[in-house]
Design a binder for this molecule. Structure first.
Ligand code: ZN
Ligand code: ZN
Ligand code: ZN
Ligand code: ZN
Ligand code: ZN
Ligand code: ZN
Ligand code: ZN
Length: 1764
């Protein structure tokens, strides 16, 4: 069939086809013609094929092209362009968000948080300057710019502002030509019908008749695999590998496609083959009784049409986007009823769950771009959506796709549009529809009329809960005062009664009963109810706001609620008991909280409490004649909330200990800021309602009864010897709890509707009390405050009034540092109330401590209650409780117990609380006096004994006076509170014009001052003395400890090496002689002190000599690309890599660092063996769960836990050994050069048998060192003897290194070799010595650069770990020849020399290709071996380089070569600077010209002499600084003072000083001038090298220039949203055009990666790794630093299995980072913390940082870092 079709396709002519269509269109049956075309061509275009572009190309050519031409009747582009011009400038942005795109909302102006702007609109909108919130879109949804309903103000951005008074009323369709309208109508309908028909087509092996191809269907099928949320990626992959016999890679591709698109064809073949595959997949996946993967065998023709239908949707979307008119037309048609009375959109809507993922997403997008953009159609669509809401939700619950790919998720687009929502609520009963849908879902969770959740919540119910979000959206459209209509009220109240039904299911659920005997057997489920509560919270608030907005609605809702409450209450009214307190008798509901079931869930009761607080706003009262409010029975109202509060009190009194964590958690969340507003707070309000409606005495007795404190409230209770001590303690605690509750009921008035307060007052008070606990960062403060339905706390409006924001320096990349904090302003200290009802016990005591700390010495420590605001009239009766008999009785009771000599039932806490209550009473009294309210007379009650009692007859005032000086009160603050209360009492009495006896006042003041104060002071003094003594003891102990462990604190690192010749101690440097480190004039190192080190393991101190025990430093060796001038090519496996010549771009190098901690070699060995043994015992699966990898020989430094993977031996000083006995050699540079040249000539041989080979094959050259005599034979006698002397050191067996040290040297070399090259250890490998030298060279270069970057001097400010590590490393590199095969070192030396002594101008490497500092180090280390007499030497001390004449000349030679590099690569235009006479510059210019001539390079311009001399100094300084570091550590020659300070002018003073120290002229031109003929010839050969010229060609890789630029992390934008925006356009590079889930940016090279995703995984060493890990290898040779843009966090990776997250360098205005973008505040780059990250990377500290993080945070160990 296929070949035949192609034949037809070749005959295809678009114009003929379109012409046919047009004719048929005129005559009628256009659609069948269209279908005939599709029937044929769809199968041609959509064949199973790997070539994606072919499909697209053909689809456009054969299918869409003709459609467009038909539609336009002409050239589509021209026609569409004309249409576009007729468009009104759109006022709606409507931009549809992609997954991950940034969205912006305005906290001040958005109607609700779902109203968002796209980046473009935001940038052009006024909200940019408001408090905005930034987040990333989950995909779907569109920009609300231009929608006046979405924004309180400024609905338009600059781009979408309506033009001046343009009449937009006319229908945009009218602007279309009639003919076009007709054609478009026919075409749109046909296309849309086709699409709907195909997408809803259920047959898998046949097509609708009109599309069925002629003849038999071919036997070509695919096996289609569908997505589900049950099976994991791994399951799918392994199943596919077995079932369809594909590779792992293919299986991953299939699985990825299934996940992304919802389905993928996994087999293509005959029906039988596909059936077989289907069976296998189903059997495989259902084997363990699980649900099988969904697979279907489909005919290729069906699949092809489905593909086309999908493309058709996309095409339609594009077409309607081209013109408003076309869009309106399309919308109209798509919403038109069809034959079956449903519109096409409706059919598509209902088919949703039957579609696969991409098909759904596409059709949703078509809806959004189409009908939802058109006002009229949107309304129609909304009504249809509401009509089917219940079915859609049910389908969604049964489905297993995520909510955001379900049609149900369109609710947010519809219900949040206020005008639409109002229409739907009032005319289409939206609230009832949603609630009924949800109530149906609740049916399955019902047990005994209540909801009841199993431990494992079912998926279905979770999905059903999305309705509660929809409910919230629907409730956002609260009508304004004039907007209520009768119909609106009716449908709202209908919805409200459904809501009450839901609340009734919750009221009383999850009851708990106190366990007495044994602990609860299993923890009951409690989370389900709280999850539901959290989801309901906003809805409760919104319902309440709706009710409160209309008087009539409020009345009816109130009555409905009372009715609902009485129908579901669990209170048994018939069980009553009579209680008597203080002569008052009252009837109480009999219920023992500690013995019966109690439920913490009371949403109906709490709803009523909420509604009640709104009654006052509408002037409603039960008494008012015009209102039909049902008056509930107060005693029944308070019963249930009271039970909960009593249960909490009993739990605080430890009575519910056996009920386990479920209860503790319930109580915790009951008070938690997320739930308390609609739980705890409402219960308090309900008690206050009860208190306002009941007689005070009755109310108090109810409380006493429920608390079980009737007995306690009798005078007799205090009589000794009754009851058990245990229950007494409980009673004391319960009495404290009761008093606490009374304070709250009477004092808490910062509740809307209850006290005379505004919303702002309430938030302000919360903020004040939070800040009384401690200063807080913005996020901490925001978290402590409840959020409103818009997720706002109101914090910003008030916080500036009450607190000052103190910024902290954002220096560290640590979580806490850098945050600014709010501190309470002192004028608000007085507002502090220790009984603030939102305090936890911990908060209370912390805040009290803090307030007392704030007080000045001698100030009263009392923390009295602040004056509370006034109650609203309806609640005003509550204050009367303060003056009722029972209250006065209780006060007297506690006070008299406090005044008594002994009391068994008193606690100071009770006293404190009673004092608090008295103060409250006095405050109220003051207010009453000021307002002239005579009915309140608390004072009278206080001052007259009212008790009808047998014993004492003292009133409260007298009782207070009697305890004011009491010494038995132990707390200062309580004693001071008594005093304070008495003072307040006096004040109020004066105010009320009551005579206050002078003595009373005296009474108050004097005794306190005299006796008590004296006693107190004495006590304080004693305490102070004791404290001082303890402090002194402590400090003595500390000092002692430091002394005993002095080695730990100091010796271990700082004093490791003798300070002579070191950085700091310059006192004995003779000022006249400038120290010189290299050459014949080298400064002698005198008076070397013994080096002492202490082993951190055995604490033994020890001198480091040639005979003592070997010592080592822990060290870490790693590959590095930090200095590399070329990204992304790091060396991974160095099996065939020759490291002898380091490339000048420093490709991949090897770095060593150390924490500087020293140990005996044998101590370390046994330490390490122990770790190995322990790890080997550990089961394999636990092994990798460690911050270090034992397989890689990693361990943690036993002292500081720094990650380490090797040790480096500490060697005795080379200074003072070889150097002192070196002969006085007199050998000029040119003679030396000649000698070396002769050596090279005699040592390089080509084997005879292959001499005729055309190419110089490097492998065939033999490097066979010649004997010294072979060279000296050719010299004059004096030169010969001096030349000989260079290798003729005196041998001294006593200087030989001990075997143990040699072993450690070998270990270090082995590790440097195997880590540095990424190969298996091999001691015999010839590359081992090279890697040691290279590690030394690179570590020096890295250190030099770091110092330069940090602006530190070259010497003098190194940390001890840096200088210890450097010194050991240089010495080890120098001593390496002692353990290596001497012949090998010789060979390396000669091979190295051939580079600068080439025998021809041929060769593949030129002078520009090699890094000369690496070269210098290798030369210096190997040169002493060149002519070493191997036969006679048993000791190799003579092979140690020591800064002698050899070093001087090799330095000269390498420097000269470096100068050639610098001059050849100088590439700066003539900068035309003013020229002084610059002889150095002139000389350099001559050389510059000469070199360029020799190299045959044309220069466009010639630099100025001065320019050249400046450049040469600048470019060569880094090399010279490195050389100074090298020779200082090699020779120990002290450093000139100049180099320990930062030079003002590095290129002059520092340059000169470094040169002096190295014993060379600071005139660089002299390196080349007059150095003899040989030197001239060498330079000539360097320049004429054949490949050198290629390096300058444009095609070659960027040439390295000097000085090497310092690598930095990439520049990041200041505004974080720029990054988010950037990644939103980033797509996975491997799966064309798809979103990447975790776009991750390499901060070193800037590359963007698709991390943490199967699509971009690769195989590496047999393991699957993610894109970031792969990149870490390529870019950072194993370690790397990334920014995960969506998560806003830094990712560090090292060595494949390890990583960690650190805070991002972005902070908000409060100095806080926002990992995960949860807060959404605008973020800006923090330069300091970015610099800190840069330093972390530059100093090679990534592995160390990761290890520390892994050590301190165990959860990081469980992350699969390699898959990131
Ligand atoms: Zn926009
Ligand atoms: Zn806009
Ligand atoms: Zn705004
Ligand atoms: Zn030791
Ligand atoms: Zn350490
Ligand atoms: Zn990818
Ligand atoms: Zn990179």
């Amino acid at each position: 069939m296929a070949s035949q079709s192609v034949l037809q396709a070749n005959e295809f002519s678009q114009s003929t086809l379109v012409e046919q269509w047009k004719q048929k269109y005129q005559t009628g049956d256009f659609v069948s013609l269209l279908k005939r075309h599709w029937r044929e061509y769809v199968l041609i275009v959509f064949q199973p094929s790997d070539d994606q572009t072919r499909e697209e190309r053909l689809a456009n050519k054969y299918l869409f092209g003709p459609l467009e031409h038909f539609l336009c009747d002409g050239d589509p582009e021209t026609v569409f362009q004309e249409l576009k011009e007729k468009d009104q400038p759109s006022q709606l942005c409507g931009h549809v968000f992609k997954n991950g795109e940034p969205t912006y909302s305005c906290r001040e102006c958005a109607t609700d948080p779902t109203c968002v702007l796209c980046m473009d609109c935001f940038q052009a909108s006024p909200h940019k300057k408001h408090r905005y919130r930034m987040s990333t879109s989950g995909g779907g949804g569109y920009c609300d710019c231009g929608d006046p309903e979405a924004w309180k103000i400024d609905p338009f951005c600059g781009n979408h502002k309506p033009k001046e008074e343009t009449q937009t009323a006319e229908n945009s369709m009218d602007s279309l030509p009639d003919l076009l309208v007709n054609r478009a109508s026919a075409l749109f309908l046909a296309c849309l019908r086709y699409t709907v028909e195909i997408l809803t087509w259920e047959q898998s092996d046949s097509l609708p008749d009109s599309l069925q191809p002629d003849g038999e269907l071919s036997d070509t099928y695919v096996c289609m695999l569908f997505n589900d949320e049950v099976h994991t990626y791994e399951q799918v992959i392994s199943t596919l590998q077995k079932a369809v016999n594909c590779s792992h890679k293919e299986a991953v591709d299939y699985a990825t496609t299934v996940d992304r698109e919802g389905r993928s064809s996994v087999t293509y073949g005959s029906f039988a083959e596909c059936e077989k595959a289907r069976n296998l997949v189903e059997r495989q996946t259902s084997r363990y009784g699980g649900k099988a993967l969904k697979v279907q065998v489909m005919h290729t023709a069906v699949v092809a049409h489905q593909q086309f239908a999908l493309r058709m949707i996309g095409w339609l979307q594009t077409i309607i986007g081209r013109s408003d008119g076309l869009r309106s037309l399309f919308c109209l048609l798509s919403m038109q009823q069809q034959e079956n009375e449903k519109s096409l959109m409706e059919i598509l809507l209902l088919a949703d769950t039957r579609l696969w993922k991409t098909a759904r997403v596409q059709s949703h997008q078509l809806m959004m771009a189409g009908v939802l953009m058109d006002q009229e159609c949107k309304k129609k669509f909304a009504i249809i959506f509401t009509k089917h809401y219940s079915d859609l939700m049910k389908a969604f619950c049964l489905d297993d796709h995520d909510h955001d790919v379900s049609i149900a998720s369109l609710s947010v687009q519809i219900f949040t549009v206020i005008s639409l929502a109002r229409l739907l609520v009032s005319e289409h009963n939206l609230l009832s529809v949603i609630l009924q849908t949800f109530l149906q879902a609740c049916e399955e969770k019902k047990k005994d009329g209540k909801l009841s959740f199993e431990r494992a919540g079912t998926q279905m119910f979770k999905r059903a809960c999305f309705s509660l979000h929809d409910l919230k959206y629907a409730l956002l459209c609260k009508p304004g005062p004039g907007e209520w209509t009768d119909q609106f009220r009716r449908s709202f109240l209908a919805g409200y009664s459904h809501f009450l039904e839901l609340l009734k299911l919750i009221e009383g659920m999850d009851q708990v009963k106190r366990q007495t005997g044994q602990h609860l057997e299993f923890e009951p489920e409690w989370e389900g109810a709280f999850n539901l509560q959290l989801k309901l919270e906003d809805n409760i608030v919104l319902f309440m706001e709706w009710c409160a907005s209309d008087r009539q609605v409020l009345v009816e809702a109130y009555n409905l609620t009372v009715e609902a409450l009485s129908s579901c209450t669990t209170v048994d009214r018939n069980k009553k008991e009579i209680c008597t307190v203080a002569g008052h008798k009252t009837e109480c509901i009999k219920f023992d909280v500690s013995a019966h079931h109690v439920s913490i869930h009371l949403p109906v009761t709490r709803m009523l409490a909420g509604l009640h607080t709104h009654l006052g706003e509408h002037g409603l009262a039960f008494e008012s004649p015009d209102c039909s409010l049902v008056r509930p029975v107060p005693i029944e109202l308070i019963e249930l909330p009271l039970r909960v509060l009593v249960m909490v009190a009993q739990s605080n009194a430890n009575m519910w200990r056996r009920n386990g964590y479920a209860l503790i958690n319930q109580i915790f969340f009951y008070h938690n800021v997320k739930c308390r507003t609609e739980m705890y707070d409402r219960d308090i309000v309900m008690l206050q309602i009860g208190a306002s409606m009941m007689d005070g005495n009755d109310f108090l007795i109810q409380l006493l009864n429920k608390f079980g404190l009737i007995a306690w409230a009798k005078e007799e209770y205090d009589a000794p010897a009754s009851g058990q001590e245990d229950s007494l303690r409980q009673t004391v605690l319960l009495a404290e709890e009761l008093l606490d509750l009374l304070i709250i009921i009477l004092g808490e008035r910062f509740i809307p509707g209850l006290g005379e307060v505004t919303k702002g007052d309430i938030v302000r008070r919360e903020v004040i009390h939070q800040l009384c606990i401690s200063p807080l960062a913005h996020s901490e403060l925001a978290k402590a405050l409840p959020e409103d339905t818009n997720h706002e706390t109101g914090l910003e409006e008030v916080v500036k009034d009450v607190a000052t924001f103190k910024k902290a320096t954002p220096a560290k990349v640590s979580q806490s540092a850098g945050k600014g904090r709010y501190e309470l302003k002192p004028e608000f200290y007085e507002s502090y109330n220790p009984y603030f009802y939102h305090y936890t016990k911990g908060d209370k005591s912390k805040s009290e401590e803090m307030q007392i700390k704030r007080k000045k010495a001698g100030e009263s420590q009392a923390l009295p209650p602040p004056v509370p605001p006034k109650f609203k009239p309806m609640f005003a009766p509550i204050v009367n409780i303060l003056q009722c008999d029972v209250m006065i009785f209780l006060m007297e009771l506690v006070l008299s117990r406090a005044a008594a000599v002994r009391s068994r039932s008193l606690s100071e806490t009770q006293l404190e609380r009673v004092l608090h209550l008295i103060c409250l009473g006095l405050h109220e009294q003051k207010r009453a006096v000021e307002e002239g309210n005579r009915s309140f007379d608390f004072l009278a009650r206080v001052c007259t004994p009212a008790r009808s009692k047998k014993g004492g007859d003292r009133c409260i005032q007298m009782l207070l006076d009697s305890i004011v000086n009491s010494q038995t009160i132990t707390h200062d603050s309580i004693r001071d509170l008594v005093t304070w209360t008495v003072k307040l009492l006096t004040e109020v009495r004066q105010l009320k014009n009551e005579p206050v006896a002078m003595e009373t006042r005296e009474n108050v003041a004097t005794p306190r001052d005299a006796k008590a104060e004296a006693a107190r002071k004495k006590k304080q003094a004693a305490a102070e003395k004791r404290r001082q003594k303890i402090m002194a003891q402590m400090s003595a102990m500390q000092k002692n400890f430091i002394k005993e462990n002095a080695d730990l604190f100091e010796n271990t690192s700082t004093d490791l090496f003798p300070r002579v010749g070191s950085d700091m101690d310059l006192s004995d440097v003779p000022s006249s002689s400038y120290p010189v480190a290299v050459g014949a004039k080298r400064t002698r190192v005198t008076g070397a002190q013994p080096q002492i080190g202490t082993c951190i393991l055995c604490q033994e101190e020890q001198e480091i000599t040639h005979t003592s025990k070997a010592m080592v430093l822990t060290a870490f060796v790693q590959k590095s690309t930090v200095l590399s001038q070329q990204h992304g090519n790091a060396l991974i496996h160095g099996d065939d890599f020759d490291p002898l010549f380091m490339r000048s771009d420093l490709g991949t190098a090897c770095h060593l660092s150390s924490c500087g901690h020293m140990m005996h070699a044998d101590c370390w060995q046994s330490f390490f063996d122990a770790i190995l043994a322990r790890e080997r015992r550990r089961p394999l699966r636990f092994r990798h769960h460690y911050s270090y990898d034992i397989e890689k020989l990693e361990f943690l430094c036993p002292l500081c836990e720094c990650i380490s993977n090797t040790v480096i031996p500490v060697l005795p000083g080379a200074s003072g050994t070889a150097i002192d006995r070196s002969p006085n050699v007199q050998l000029s540079f040119s003679d030396w050069l000649d000698g070396i040249h002769k050596t090279v000539l005699n040592s390089v041989k080509e084997p005879d048998d292959i001499e005729k080979k055309t190419d110089h094959n490097e492998e065939s050259i033999l490097y066979q060192p010649c004997p010294l005599t072979a060279v000296t034979r050719l010299m004059t006698d004096s030169v010969a003897s001096n030349f000989k002397a260079l290798w003729a050191y005196i041998q001294d067996p006593s200087r030989d290194l001990p075997a143990e040290t040699r072993e450690m040297l070998r270990k270090f070399s082995r590790d440097a070799y195997s880590v540095g090259l990424g190969v298996e250890p091999d001691d015999e490998n010839p590359r081992v010595p090279i890697m040691v030298w290279n590690t030394c060279a690179f570590s020096i270069m890295s250190l030099e650069q770091q110092l330069r970057e940090e602006g530190k001097p070259l010497f003098g400010q190194l940390s001890s770990r840096q200088s210890d590590c450097m010194r050991s490393l240089v010495k080890v590199a120098a001593a390496h020849s002692q353990t290596a095969n001497p012949e090998l070192t010789k060979q390396h030396c000669i091979k190295l020399l051939t580079f600068l002594f080439p025998d021809s101008i041929k060769g593949k490497t030129c002078i520009l290709d090699v890094d000369l500092f690496h070269y210098l180090v290798a030369m210096v280390m190997s040169l002493p071996s060149l002519h070493q007499d191997v036969t006679s030497a048993s000791c190799f001390v003579n092979t140690l380089p020591a800064g002698g004449v050899n070093d001087q000349h090799i330095l000269h030679l390498v420097l000269a070569a470096h100068l050639v590099q610098v001059l050849l690569t100088f590439d700066e235009g003539n900068c035309g600077m003013e020229v002084d006479d610059d002889y150095e510059g002139e000389a350099l210019l001559i050389q510059y010209d000469h070199l360029h001539t020799m190299a045959n390079l044309q220069k466009e311009s010639t630099p100025l002499p001065s320019q050249l001399s400046v450049h040469v100094r600048r470019a060569m300084l880094p090399f010279l600084r490195c050389a100074a570091l090298l020779f200082h550590n090699l020779t120990g020659v002290q450093v000139p003072a100049d180099l320990t300070e930062v030079a003002d002018e590095p290129t002059t003073t520092e340059f000169d000083n470094v040169c002096r120290y190295l014993g060379i002229s600071h005139h660089m031109s002299r390196l080349l001038d007059n150095q003899g003929e040989l030197m001239y010839n060498l330079v000539n050969r360097w320049c004429k090298n054949g490949v050198l010229k290629d390096r300058f060609s444009a095609s070659s890789q960027a040439m390295v220039q000097y000085p090497l630029p310092i690598n930095k992390l990439i520049q990041l934008p200041d505004d974080y949203s720029e990054l988010i925006n950037k990644v939103s356009t980033f797509t996975c590079p491997k799966s064309d055009g798809d979103d990447s889930r975790a776009p991750t940016m390499c901060l070193v090279c800037g590359q963007m990666l698709c991390s943490q995703s199967y699509c971009c995984q690769t195989e590496f060493e047999g393991v699957t790794i993610g894109a970031a890990t792969e990149h870490a290898y390529k870019c950072g040779a194993g370690s790397a630093i990334f920014l995960r843009v969506r998560e806003c966090q830094i990712l560090l990776l090292a060595g494949r299995t390890k990583g960690c997250f650190v805070p991002p360098p972005y902070i908000d205005n409060y100095g806080e980072t926002d990992q995960g973008l949860r807060r959404g505040n605008p973020l800006h780059l923090c330069k300091d913390s970015y610099a800190h990250l840069e330093k972390l990377w530059m100093s090679h500290s990534i592995p160390e940082t990761i290890a520390h993080n892994l050590e301190s945070n165990a959860t990081l160990l469980t992350i699969d870092w390699q898959h990131l």
